[in-house]
Design a protein around this ligand. Structure first.
Ligand SMILES: Cc1cc2nc3c(=O)[nH]c(=O)nc-3n(C[C@H](O)[C@H](O)[C@H](O)COP(=O)(O)OP(=O)(O)OC[C@H]3O[C@@H](n4cnc5c(N)ncnc54)[C@H](O)[C@@H]3O)c2cc1C
Length: 465
């Protein structure tokens, strides 16, 4: 049986390990931290890429299909709530500019259900998105917010009641873009891997020494021989590339999202996105709900989510972009308390421009943060997965978490060529049930939140779905 080494247990490396073990391969997963999926965060599934009006339709369609696939693979990690997209008055965009893309995505969703009825995971096709005029919103204001929203109108009620309608253009859009829960995913993938006898999980193991034995064509990682090497080291992928003298262009970007509590809020909210130009004071604002009044905030300005000099590129001499030590310090040590307070408060202020009641929101914990890689020379690239070097080296390069199964499929193609796996296994998705209960996943996810210093509510499942 072929022996596979994976360096890095983020979502890319952990999913590759889970997938390849279920195929029957002998996998060793090396992770330098003490738990899996503990790198940069994620909270959006990106089923359609609707948060990114600047990317092309092809990337949006790819993200839609990849997200449907991921949702079926990790059903317990999905936060089922739609997303409202609002265009601020001060923004040059027009809400109708979104319409053609939404129609295209709805059509793609319909086609994917026709191909495989189990792909119907984003609700009814006719309810994939809906536009709301100002009159529609005013009419919703008289409704009570539902504790168990069942349709798009019910989801829209808290938005209708709380948005400053003078600050946004109409119509508003609501779309079936769901959340991806970092903590439940970390919990579920860990529990699954622990159940598999052919996965050797090596936590707290930093790989610094990798080389190829030119006689046998095998990799020697941590003193052990492997047939195939998967570099899934996230923003540090270039460090492994450099050890092996592989040249690769990439960006690395440090970013953060802020955790807040809105004590007065007990409504069930959808996600709300306020579009804006990235890197300007009016950069996009993202209002991501969690149970019990917690909200995660992004503000695509240089003093909230983005950072001055936070985006760096690889060079002629190194495949690893060099991040300023102050970001490395944030990643591996911690944030200054004042920094947490000041950036989170700026994030609250950014959202308050559109949701005035949220001004009562407060800092709930340290931010979710980290550095991510973007392969190639296009920093707007969002749908990326894996690249290869020699015949037995894969380099995982996901920008969005939803691309990880496409990444596994491409790695499988190579393993089939090497005759390590049989061709009929290509594209396999259904594996024997590992019998892990959603309740156990949720419980362990809450423990992960606590261990990492976040409110345990961030791990809770929306039980209405
Ligand atoms: C603020 C922010 C918000 C984001 N929001 C979203 C979102 O909503 N949706 C989305 O899809 N994406 C989002 N992303 C991007 C997403 O976080 C990343 O694309 C994704 O986590 C990358 O996963 P990965 O497994 O490739 O890398 P990582 O998660 O970085 O995993 C790499 C792992 O390798 C380990 N490692 C590195 N070197 C070694 C070594 N030498 N030996 C052993 N282990 C090693 C690291 O410890 C790490 O655990 C966001 C990113 C940020 C920063």
């Amino acid at each position: 049986m072929a022996k596979i080494a994976i360096i890095g247990g983020g979502i890319a490396g952990s999913t590759a390990a889970l997938y390849l073990c279920q195929i029957g391969l002998d996998v060793t997963l090396f992770e330098k931290r003490s738990s899996l999926v503990s790198g940069p965060p994620f909270c959006h599934l990106h089923a359609g890429g609707n948060l990114y009006r600047e990317i092309d339709d092809t990337q949006c369609v790819t993200l839609l299909h990849q997200s449907i696939d991921l949702l079926k693979f990790y059903p317990y990690a999905i936060d089922y709530r739609p997303t409202v997209i609002a265009i601020p008055i001060i923004d040059s965009g027009n809400p109708y500019d979104l319409k053609d893309r939404l129609l295209l995505l709805r059509d793609e969703y319909k086609k994917s259900i026709k191909k495989d009825p189990s792909n119907k995971v984003l609700g009814e096709v006719d309810e994939y998105f809906k536009f709301y005029s100002k009159d529609d919103i005013l009419a919703l204001q008289i409704n009570e917010a539902s504790k168990h929203p069942k349709n798009l109108d019910e989801w829209m009620v808290p938005v209708a009641k709380n948005l400053d309608l003078e600050k946004i253009k109409f119509p508003l859009v609501i779309v079936q873009e769901y959340g991806l829960n970092l903590f439940r995913l970390a919990s579920g993938v860990t529990k699954a891997i622990e159940k598999l006898n052919n996965c050797n999980l090596q936590l707290n193991t930093k790989i610094q020494n990798v080389k190829k034995d030119d006689h046998t064509n095998k990799w020697i990682v941590d003193g052990e021989k492997f047939d195939y090497l998967i570099n899934a080291a996230g923003f540090e992928t270039g460090i492994v590339d450099d050890i092996l003298s592989y040249k690769r262009e990439r960006f690395v970007e440090f970013k953060a999202a802020y955790i807040t509590k809105w004590d007065k809020c007990d409504d069930i909210w959808p996600e709300v996105i306020f579009h804006g130009q990235r890197g300007t004071p009016n950069g996009m604002a993202q209002f991501t709900p969690y149970p019990n009044g917690y909200f995660q905030l992004h503000g695509m300005t240089n003093d909230i989510t983005l950072f001055e000099n936070g985006l760096v590129k690889s060079s002629q001499n190194s495949s690893q972009p060099s991040l300023d030590p102050k970001f490395i310090n944030k990643i591996y040590k911690n944030w200054e308390k004042e920094d947490i307070e000041s950036r989170t408060k700026l994030a609250i202020k950014h959202i308050c421009k559109f949701i005035p009641q949220f001004c009562g929101g407060s800092v709930a914990s340290k931010p979710l943060y980290g550095a991510q890689q973007i392969p190639g020379d296009n920093k707007e690239l969002r749908a990326a997965d894996v690249s290869f070097e020699s015949d037995n080296y894969a380099r995982c390069e996901v920008v969005k978490a939803s691309s990880v199964l496409t990444m596994c499929d491409s790695i499988m193609e190579k393993l089939i060529l090497l005759e390590y796996v049989d061709k009929p296994l290509q594209g396999k998705r259904n594996f024997d049930d590992l019998e892990i209960l959603f309740n156990d996943i949720e419980k362990y996810a809450q423990d992960i939140c606590t261990q990492r210093g976040y409110p345990s509510s961030l791990a809770l499942i929306n039980r209405d779905h």
